[in-house]
Design a protein around this ligand. Structure first.
Ligand code: CA
Length: 221
């Protein structure tokens, strides 16, 4: 389980990122100042650092600079306000691996995190399959037999959540956290709406509704 250090002093963003990462099987921990970020990032206990630039005590650039001066190779993804992207690009020269402008979609963060965690030279899982439904994780397209099914980014992420848990009942809350990263009100019906879209595209028999419990992907022969 990859351990991810989040250095972010805005509680709302920190909570959004931390709960989303936890829902995706990562082990995240949040600190809210640059000094703690530097101490923990050099401890060897973390596999990746998500680093806000505007942090109290030490700013993100200083943290990054000290890490690299100390030859700590932990992958670093900078989180920055959209208005400061130009500054951030200079941060990349200072040794960051990637950056993400706020506000960002959780999927975007997740994709960057997965990319940076993957050991160099290894390829990611290319496809997920269940009952004749195949998701190509590189092209982000779905296929049933020879037929290609165009899914929106959100529909694809929802289908991916199902295919990563075949035969398991997934509650609305689980799907909300995995696909939307808790950025929506849990009382919203967005999950039901998207399940409906997905059924229309991949076939209604593939996703069962379990009243009061959630949804399940079926292994259709
Ligand atoms: Ca900040």
């Amino acid at each position: 389980m990859a351990r991810i250090l989040i250095a972010e002093d805005e509680p709302r963003i920190a909570t959004f990122v931390e709960s989303g990462l936890r829902a995706h099987g990562f082990s995240p921990m949040t600190v809210a100042d640059g000094r703690s970020a530097l101490d923990l990032a050099t401890s060897g206990d973390f596999d990746l650092l998500l680093l806000d630039i505007g942090l109290p005590v030490l700013d993100g650039f200083t943290v990054l600079q000290r890490l690299r001066e100390g030859h700590h190779r932990i992958p670093v993804i900078i989180l920055t306000a959209r208005s400061s992207v130009a500054d951030t690009v200079s941060g990349l020269d200072a040794g960051a691996d990637d950056y993400l402008a706020k506000p960002f979609h959780f999927e975007e963060l997740l994709a960057r995190v997965r990319l940076r965690l993957r050991p160099e030279g290894t390829s990611p899982l290319a496809a997920l399959t269940c009952g004749g439904l195949r998701l190509d994780l590189r092209t982000r397209r779905a296929h049933i037999a020879d037929r290609t099914i165009e899914l929106s980014a959100r529909e694809f992420t929802l289908a991916e959540a199902f295919l990563r848990n075949p035969g398991q009942v997934l509650s609305r809350e689980q799907l909300l956290s995995q696909v939307w990263g808790y950025s929506f009100d849990p009382g919203s019906n967005v999950v039901d709406v998207y399940v409906r879209h997905l059924r229309r595209k991949i076939g209604p028999e593939r996703i069962s509704t379990l009243r009061g419990m959630g949804y399940r992907l079926e292994d259709v022969p």
